[in-house]
Design a protein around this ligand. Structure first.
Ligand SMILES: NC(=O)C1=CN([C@@H]2O[C@H](COP(=O)(O)OP(=O)(O)OC[C@H]3O[C@@H](n4cnc5c(N)ncnc54)[C@H](OP(=O)(O)O)[C@@H]3O)[C@@H](O)[C@H]2O)C=CC1
Ligand SMILES: Nc1nc(=O)c2c([nH]1)NC[C@@H]1CN(c3ccc(C(=O)N[C@@H](CCC(=O)O)C(=O)O)cc3)C=[N+]21
Length: 297
């Protein structure tokens, strides 16, 4: 097989951000509404900093308001909950994102549960988890799996129905919502995890592979079905032999490219889609809160 096509998440995300910006301009013009996104970062987790770096900038570039709150890593749960309640009550804030992971003194589930579900642009509140699981139209869908789905829909031209998909990883933020989205597209979905008995055998059946494991280059090319479409969610920083670091995914890109029909790179694949989907969710949330029809994005 020749080398796989590259699914250019960076370019797709740029297009999506343009469509979001057009939607925002329409909301301002027709409704006097400027969507606002609040991001709360507690402490200094390196992965979260990678994410936050571009986000504020892209929010402003799309014509929206960005509100950033950096709290020390000694912040108490009570103080963080007070911040969330304040943002829930603020009509300028249409979307709220609390960066994960949180420092150990804070109960993550309690904080997520405190966010107004209709401002929960991460889609992590149990109400949105339940809405997604039951196929409700008012779900706010987690940004990373939504980004993966938009790339897959684009690649397959909508024809996902009946495809065999394997999602590797069962986290609440990627694996489980990805399972639900692919199931909703009428894929036949297997969710693999650390106790899966024979991962290569599962992957050998898959037309679509979504890898969200958190282990650098773990998924090997030889495990894939020839012609598979591979979405690599992993963001892992590894040491280069010559010194310094570089980002790699959860898939061995060089090996997989020889077998797959198409693959997302890292960086430049799913990562930029996550941020673009966050902006999209903020516009969606702002429209719903104001009883405005959602523009197509
Ligand atoms: N591009 C983006 O925007 C984003 C990227 N990420 C990246 O995606 C990756 C996954 O993130 P996240 O879901 O939060 O990670 P978690 O650590 O929460 O979950 C990892 C999952 O992988 C499974 N797993 C671990 N080892 C193996 C193995 N050897 N074989 C099969 N499955 C295994 C675990 O199984 P078990 O449940 O049994 O422990 C678990 O379900 C990370 O690299 C993260 O940095 C995350 C969010 C956004
Ligand atoms: N409440 C919450 N929601 C999240 O969605 C969330 C979170 N917490 N905590 C951290 C993880 C991680 N995450 C990333 C998003 C984009 C890139 C991204 O843009 N990556 C670029 C590379 C950036 C670089 O070059 O370093 C790329 O893949 O091309 C990375 C990581 C969102 N997360």
């Amino acid at each position: 097989m020749t080398d796989a096509a590259i699914i250019d998440g960076k370019a797709f995300a740029a297009g999506l951000r343009d469509r979001v910006a057009t939607a925002v301009a329409g909301l301002k013009r027709d409704h006097g509404l400027t969507p606002g996104l609040a991001v709360v970062l507690v402490g200094e987790d390196p992965a979260s900093q990678v994410y936050v770096r571009n986000k504020g900038k892209q929010t402003l570039e799309a014509g929206m308001e960005s509100y950033e709150f950096k709290l020390p890593d000694t912040t108490s749960q009570e103080d963080l909950l007070a911040k969330v309640h304040e943002l829930n009550a603020d009509p300028k804030v249409n979307g709220i994102l609390v960066q994960l992971p949180l420092p150990k003194q804070i109960d993550e589930q309690a904080v997520l549960a405190a966010i107004d579900p209709n401002k929960d642009v991460d889609g992590f509140h149990v109400v949105n988890v339940g809405r997604l699981n039951t196929g409700s139209a008012d779900a706010l869908v987690p940004c990373t799996p939504l980004g993966c789905l938009l790339l897959l829909r684009d690649y397959f031209g909508g024809a996902l129905s009946g495809k065999k998909a394997v999602v590797v990883g069962r986290s609440n933020i990627v694996g489980k919502p990805m399972f639900n989205l692919l199931l909703q597209e009428s894929c036949t979905v297997t969710v693999a995890h650390s106790r899966t008995a024979d991962l290569p055998a599962e992957l050998g059946q898959a037309d679509i592979v979504v890898a969200a494991v958190g282990r650098p280059e773990m998924v090997k090319g030889e495990w894939l079905k020839p012609g598979a479409v591979v979405i690599d969610v992993g963001i892992n920083r590894i040491e280069k032999p010559e010194g310094g670091t570089r980002l790699v995914g959860d898939v061995d890109f060089a090996g997989a490219s020889k077998v797959a029909a198409a693959i997302t790179p890292v960086p430049g694949g799913v990562g930029p889609m996550t941020i673009a989907c966050l902006l999209r969710n903020t516009v969606t949330a702002a429209c719903r809160q104001n009883g405005i029809d959602e523009p197509s994005m």
